[in-house]
Design a protein around this ligand. Structure first.
Ligand code: SF4
Ligand code: SF4
Length: 221
């Protein structure tokens, strides 16, 4: 899922300062799962905004709404009938949702309420960790299902660097060395032969390095 964290209250207050009535817009997908921008977080932020505004001697009207998916034009269209009622939209979706709303309603200011952070997985309650950087050419089949792009600090492809010590990465003692994890997993699978194969230099054009990317599925258009 896409993970995000709510922005600091001071920054949020600076965004809403010019307005009297805002739409606080949550999303039912990833940001709900990571407790950053779902219906519950919309309610909490709405209360905080109203209290913060009152403390500044101002009455801010906050209307709460949560869309099924803010990155999907079909759901964003639901705002068409009512959006004129608001001075601005404060989106609690990831950056994809914010941009979908802003792209549809060109004359309406849209502000991000969260910092979109990474594609990750839940390790345990309250802890998420980066797992994929959307490189566009997945190599998990050769690395025992451990991603060297997202989980190795140097994004190297052929074994650990010289900084791997005791299974930990040199950047911090609490960060696992991805290549140690890859080796352990390949051993468990009986596939250490994969470790012997030299992976060719990666063509990063399929990643973000090649510019903004699109997927076009002719069969679905
Ligand atoms: S190899 Fe690329 S696509 Fe596969 S998990 Fe890693 S970053 Fe994501
Ligand atoms: S110690 Fe391991 S995870 Fe850290 S940069 Fe080197 S190979 Fe990558």
């Amino acid at each position: 899922m896409i993970t995000a964290q709510r922005k600091p209250m001071q920054e949020i207050m600076s965004y809403v300062a010019p307005y009297d009535k805002i739409l606080l817009l949550g999303c039912n997908e990833c940001v709900t799962v990571c407790y950053a921008g779902g219906r519950k977080e919309v309610g909490i932020l709405a209360s905080a905004l109203q209290m913060g505004s009152l403390q500044q001697g101002k009455k801010l009207e906050v209307v709460e709404m949560t869309l099924e998916r803010q990155c999907d034009p079909e759901y964003v269209e639901e705002l068409a009938r009512t959006i004129d009622q608001y001075d601005a939209v404060c989106s609690m979706a990831c950056g994809c949702g914010v941009q979908t709303v802003a792209g549809r309603y060109l004359d309406k200011p849209v502000y991000p309420m969260v910092n979109t952070t990474f594609m990750g997985a839940s390790e345990r309650q309250g802890v998420w960790a980066e797992r994929c950087q959307g490189c566009g050419e997945c190599v998990l089949a050769y690395t025992g299902g451990i991603c060297p792009v997202a989980r190795c600090s140097k994004r190297i492809f052929n074994g650990p660097c010289g900084g791997s010590t005791g299974g930990k990465c040199e950047i911090a003692p609490d960060v696992d060395c991805a290549w140690q994890l890859i080796w352990d997993r390949l051993k468990a699978l009986g596939r250490t032969d994969l470790y012997q194969q030299i992976m060719p230099a990666k063509d990063w054009r399929s990643a973000r390095d090649g510019g903004p990317r699109r997927i076009v599925r002719e069969d679905l258009i």
